[in-house]
Design a protein around this ligand. Structure first.
Ligand SMILES: [Zn+2]
Length: 471
């Protein structure tokens, strides 16, 4: 795949006012594989994305989404925040964080697509080479029920829509979750949107087989994969597939949707439990290697010594930070604005439910800091964040079309209300107070703006800043 065709695969719309984006034809959902919503749940006459947006509240019309989109699609759309003011939609390149097209990422995408195409034919040539793999499967460090699930999966024994259709139990074999494809075993636990997204999220914390190795290469694709991979890697993959099947069943049978965040935290803690059992359990005596701890222990770092620098006379300094939890989707932002003597002009923190991503939350923190400064102080300002990407976007906005692009635009408009603004990337050490405020907001689910003082929990950090900046 080359040229224009390839380019089309990687272009995504960023939703501004939604007037240029066709709901069912354009790519506008940042999810792996298709970037498009699947087929609608029921016949739908709506054509444009703006028809799904409530102009007054500048939010999604959730009832419409629920009527026409499958559950997973609704979740993904709700994560996209509509800009507070009318903005033109824009296109961006999905495969770079900045949203700008690069030859390098297009090349990688081309290679990946080729691998996916080839992967579908190359492995099936050798279906019998995998016999010893069965032994390996039963020895994987997962509960027996998970091995049985894998065994059924390989033998085509799960109650998928395709299997039910074959036995004439249901009318068609189409997947109820995405509405787009026949629900085979492979589709249900690997390629359906919800399964692919869960895997993508888990990939950030676990080592997993590459996506090219997860294509359907014949009924024994999973067995061949187990044979190739390290036991821990194969075990974690099985747990993810098993969970995807559970999520699918809960929705199909119980009508209960389990958000992805719940699955992420379930899997992480389940694995930790397995590791602990394995480390201390009788299996050790059988000569099985204990499973390595997959997640580094969470070490709460003691606040480092701050070396915050006061701005020049006449300037203010806005320190901002964001805190985001991948597992719950919850976020907090922290802002502290100080003058050249280190005196607090204001401190603020804000809880955000559904922050989207760590980077978006950092961008929101910058916007909040600038909005507050524009409201409360007429002075020129320096904005400091420890997020290098967001500072780069703010200093050269024309060379980014990132997922935070509309937040960046809004932040710059707020900056335009101040006499002058400089943006600076600083280390977290220099940004300690904002960092603590952001975490406090997230932890307590609380928001507030305080003038001329800081809350007790950052009092000590604040005092250190003042001391170090004056010496
Ligand atoms: Zn599906």
């Amino acid at each position: 795949m080359f040229g224009l065709e390839l380019l089309k695969k990687g272009v995504i719309w960023r939703v501004g006012n939604g007037k240029q984006i066709k709901i069912w034809r354009h790519a506008w959902l940042p999810k792996p594989h298709s970037l498009r919503p699947g087929k609608s749940k029921r016949p739908c006459r709506l054509k444009w994305v703006h028809q799904l947006i409530d102009e007054e509240t500048r939010s999604w019309k959730e009832d419409l989404l629920r009527r026409f989109f499958h559950q997973f699609g609704v979740e993904e759309i709700m994560k996209l925040k509509i800009p507070g003011q009318e903005r033109e939609d824009m296109t961006a390149w999905y495969y770079e964080k900045t949203g700008m097209f690069t030859v390098r990422s297009a090349y990688h995408l081309g290679v990946k697509m080729k691998e996916l195409e080839e992967g579908q034919t190359s492995c099936s040539a050798n279906p019998d080479g995998a016999r010893p793999a069965w032994k390996k499967l039963w020895k994987l460090p997962v509960p027996h029920k998970v091995c049985i699930f894998a065994w059924k999966l390989i033998h085509g024994g799960l109650a998928t829509k395709y299997n039910k259709h074959k036995r004439k139990i249901v009318q068609d074999g189409v997947c109820d979750l995405c509405g787009s494809f026949v629900e085979s075993e492979h589709h249900a636990v690997v390629s359906c949107d919800h399964a692919a997204s869960l895997r993508e999220a888990m990939r950030k914390i676990w080592e997993l087989p590459s996506e090219a190795n997860l294509t359907f290469s014949g009924p024994e694709w999973l067995l061949l994969l187990i044979d190739r991979e390290k036991p821990e890697v194969a075990a974690r993959l099985l747990l993810i597939l098993w969970r995807a099947w559970f999520v699918r069943n809960e929705l199909t049978h119980g009508g209960r949707w389990i958000p992805m965040e719940r699955s992420i935290s379930f899997l992480s803690s389940y694995w930790d439990t397995l590791v602990n059992i394995k480390l201390g359990g009788p299996d050790d005596l059988n000569g099985k290697a204990p499973v390595q701890r997959s997640l580094p222990p969470t070490v709460r770092q003691a606040p480092a010594k701050c070396s915050w620098k006061a701005p020049e006379i006449g300037w203010i300094k806005i320190n901002v930070d964001g805190a985001f939890s991948e597992a719950s989707g919850e976020a907090g932002i922290g802002v502290i604005i100080r003058n050249h003597l280190g005196q607090v002009i204001l401190s603020a923190w804000k809880y955000i439910d559904g922050g989207g991503s760590a980077e978006k939350v950092e961008a929101l923190a910058c916007r909040e800091g600038l909005t507050l400064a524009a409201d409360w102080s007429p002075s020129p300002a320096i904005v400091e964040s420890d997020c290098a990407a967001v500072i780069k976007y703010l200093t050269s906005p024309e060379s980014q079309r990132s997922p935070s692009t509309f937040i960046i635009q809004e932040a710059l408009e707020e900056a335009g209300k101040l006499p002058a603004v400089k943006f600076r990337h600083e280390s977290r050490v220099q940004n300690g107070v904002a960092h603590e405020l952001a975490h406090m907001a997230k932890r307590l689910r609380h928001s507030a703006v305080w003038r001329e003082r800081v809350p007790d929990c950052v009092e000590q950090l604040y005092a250190q800043d003042v001391n170090s900046s004056i010496i």
